[in-house]
Design a binder for this molecule. Structure first.
Ligand code: CU
Length: 192
């Protein structure tokens, strides 16, 4: 209900020609951006080539733990530092409120990341390059990528996942060459 009733017959009144032009312009912009979205999805270089598979949480955790065991080269604050082979798989589990490992990658080598969550929905945000992906329990999010600049990158969780969400900060180390991995100063894991 409005305060004042519109004038009689307003609906059948003719639309002014300048208003028609605005409507036509708005519709054209909508159509261009709609098709641009489709074109950009195919040709835009920012789109990651990813695949997703269903997997049981426990099964993924097993893969992730086995991966850590096989490739661990050190430890940082209790988190295993792992050096996967180039062109190999990297299993990374997000869990309230930690990432399962600190991967050490070599610049210009390809890696296949498998991301999954052990509990709730998390976000995989690599900074400062600003790559953002969702990490869901029950799904293996496969992401192939090649780091093109050496340095330390932060992995933030960008989906609110509970009281410790803001502390869920991990790390990816990218080194220039394979030989540099041996020279990294790392704490050795305590033998169980
Ligand atoms: Cu979170």
């Amino acid at each position: 209900m409005s305060l004042h009733a519109p004038a009689e017959g307003w609906y059948s009144k003719k639309v002014a020609s300048d208003e028609k032009w605005w409507v036509a312009l708005a519709a054209t912009v909508c159509l261009i951006t709609f098709f641009w979205m489709v074109i950009w999805h195919v040709y835009g270089k920012q789109n990651p080539g990813h695949q997703t598979y269903k997997i049981k949480e426990a099964e993924f955790m097993q893969l992730s733990e086995a991966f850590n065991k096989k490739h661990q080269i050190g430890e940082e604050n209790g988190i295993p530092v792992v050096a996967p082979p180039s062109n190999g798989d990297v299993f990374l589990t997000a869990q309230m409120w930690r990432w399962s490992s600190i991967p050490v990658l070599v610049k210009n080598e390809w890696y296949t990341f498998h991301l999954s969550s052990a509990d709730v929905c998390h976000g995989f945000s690599v900074q400062p390059i600003n790559m953002n992906f969702m990490v869901l329990p029950g799904y293996d999010y496969v992401l192939r990528f090649k780091p093109n600049a050496a340095g330390d990158y932060k992995m933030f969780c960008n989906e609110f996942c509970g009281i410790g969400h803001q502390t869920m900060i991990g790390k990816i180390i990218v080194v220039e060459t394979q030989e540099e991995i041996q020279n990294l100063k790392l704490t050795q894991p305590k033998n169980p």
